[in-house]
Ligand binder design. Structure first.
Ligand code: PXP
Length: 240
């Protein structure tokens, strides 16, 4: 049986760097250390406002990293151009609002569907694996299939928040489970991400059919106490 892949999101290494306008801590160093400690891929989100990762990070990481780079982008002309030029192995299309603190929900697939279809086709022709970040709802999974993507990433934010606040999460878990099963039935590779901690990731590993987890904020935060290498290794053990 294939093990679950771990994608380590290093955006917040750049957040700390940018807080002081210095050139450290280095996202590239974090990417290489994540690989060394068992990450299967590294994720970066190039935001329109460049609040964390910038294009130089993207270029450096792409040229030095020997595992797949997963680039998260909004479906815009600018990001399409950058993605085509840099050709990361994986691309995840995410919604983006200028004022949000983080990616608050999944994509609205009905908004600008024709442009989204065009973006997906161009990225696939450029030989990137394309994924859509969506809510765990069945309609969006069927629509994703119609849009001809390789993968979907289920937004786990709501579920993780319930787990963190010790609230009942059974309904949200059921939604994720149905989403994963439908995605698998339709031949889509299913990923999960947003808000994951040791505890919530462990619960979600019980759902068969999630091939990849993308984890950032908690993992980088926990690294302050444990160190990045140990934290990556601990997640790797959870995602058996
Ligand atoms: N997956 C996607 C598509 C995301 O946009 C994000 C946040 O950038 C993550 C995973 C990681 O979320 P977190 O930083 O909360 O672990």
């Amino acid at each position: 049986m294939n093990r679950i892949r771990l994608g380590v999101n290093i955006d917040h290494v750049a957040t700390v760097r940018n807080a002081r306008g210095e050139n450290y801590p280095s996202p590239l160093r974090a990417a290489l250390l994540a690989k060394k400690n068992g990450a299967d891929s590294v994720t970066i989100h190039l935001r329109e406002d460049r609040r964390h990762i910038n294009e130089l990070d993207l270029k450096q990481i792409k040229s030095k990293l020997k595992i797949p780079l997963n680039l998260e982008i909004a479906a815009t002309k600018e990001m399409l151009r950058i993605a085509i030029k840099n050709k990361p192995s994986f691309i995840c299309i995410v919604p983006e609002k200028r004022r949000e603190i983080t990616t608050e929900g999944g994509l609205n697939l009905n908004f600008n569907k024709n442009f989204l279809r065009k973006v997906i086709n161009k990225l696939k022709k450029n030989k990137s694996r394309v994924s859509l970040f969506i809510e765990p709802n069945l309609k969006d999974i069927k629509l994703s299939k119609k849009l001809n993507v390789d993968c979907i990433e289920i937004h786990t934010g709501k579920f993780c928040r319930l787990v963190n606040e010790n609230k009942i999460y059974t309904n949200e878990l059921k939604k994720i489970k149905s989403a994963v099963h439908l995605g698998n039935d339709l031949g889509l590779e299913v990923h999960a991400g947003h808000g994951l901690t040791f505890k919530s990731a462990k619960i979600l590993t019980k759902i068969k059919g999630i091939k990849e987890f993308n984890i950032g904020h908690f993992l980088i935060g926990e690294s302050i106490f444990l160190g990045l290498g140990k934290t990556v290794k601990k997640f790797r053990r959870i995602l058996k």
